[in-house]
Design a protein around this ligand. Structure first.
Ligand SMILES: [Zn+2]
Length: 73
């Protein structure tokens, strides 16, 4: 598919929770557990401008804070 094709704006919450492309809402954002794809396989959106280095530390910090809050309310 071409990246010049018009796509309706996908709903951000369901798109993010399902790990889909922010442009078309159909392509996958991740190729593994936390590995970002190089581009969308449906619309061709280039993901190279995203910084995947912040995803792992942010997730680890969030899980640590949540588990601490559950254990020590
Ligand atoms: Zn896409």
């Amino acid at each position: 598919m071409s990246s010049e094709q018009e796509w309706p704006p996908p709903p951000p919450l369901s798109t993010g929770l399902r790990g889909r492309c922010s442009h078309c809402g159909q392509g996958h954002l991740l190729s593994g557990f936390l590995k970002l794809r190089s581009h969308c396989e449906v619309c061709g959106l280039d993901y190279s401008n995203a910084n995947p280095a912040t995803c792992g530390p942010a997730l680890r910090q969030r899980l640590t804070l949540d588990l601490t809050a559950v254990r020590f309310p």
